[in-house]
Design a protein around this ligand. Sequence first.
Ligand code: AR6
Length: 231
Amino acid sequence: SPGKDSGLQGTEKASDLTGVAHKKLEEAAAASDDIPTLAFPSISTADFQFNLEKASDIIVEKVEEFVGKIGKAKLVLVDLSHKSKILSLVKTKAEQKNIDTHKFSTFVGDITRLRSLKGLHCNVIANAANWRLKPGGGGVNAAIFSAAGSELDIATKEKADCLSPGNALVVPLPSSSPLFTREGVTHVIHVLGPNMNPQRPDCLKDDYVHGSELLRKAYTSLFEGFSSIVR
Ligand code: AR6
């Protein structure tokens, strides 16, 4: 009967709408910024001159260890250029180990401009710091302190005045920081990696036994720091 037909149609329409509404909600959730994400640079491999092959093994090993421990949160290794050797080494090794690409990926961009320039929201970023936790000095440290304004310097000083190699320091970013307002970054995690550069303090010369141990410890501290925020 027509009545029955229209009833059926009505039911179908209603369930369609529910489906559409549900899909929209899912899309909104995926597009919104609610999946906690850590963007981190490759610690110690530029100014601190740590061997790239060895560093890439350690990054993949530590990522593999932590992706299962951070719930739905994500990890993203960032570097400035498509030509980045460390990004391609890590990408290849992560693929070989079948690490879930939804949980871990590599990304080309300036870590201080990920949302505004690339549409990638990372609520936490890591910094390859110096032992004094001082702004400037070049590399990603100078970029992050400069982008975050004096707020980061002040918030960092409130937490600690130095860092020893292999350690990380979680610093909540004041909401007045430009990095918070523009990029949606709520925390910076400073990490001090091992130094193999004779021109910098605490050079390990070529001691890769100690150096690798410290780089592992640095990533463990970083990912544990991130977990403590996500929880
Ligand atoms: N966005 C993303 N990645 C970056 C950026 C950026 N804006 N800038 C550099 N990188 P480095 P280290 C990458 O030298 O070796 C500092 O002066 C870069 O290509 O910043 O741990 C500190 O004060 C590389 O892959 O850190 C320390 O004294 C990675 O970030 C010292 O350097 C790390 O390079 C630390 O040396």
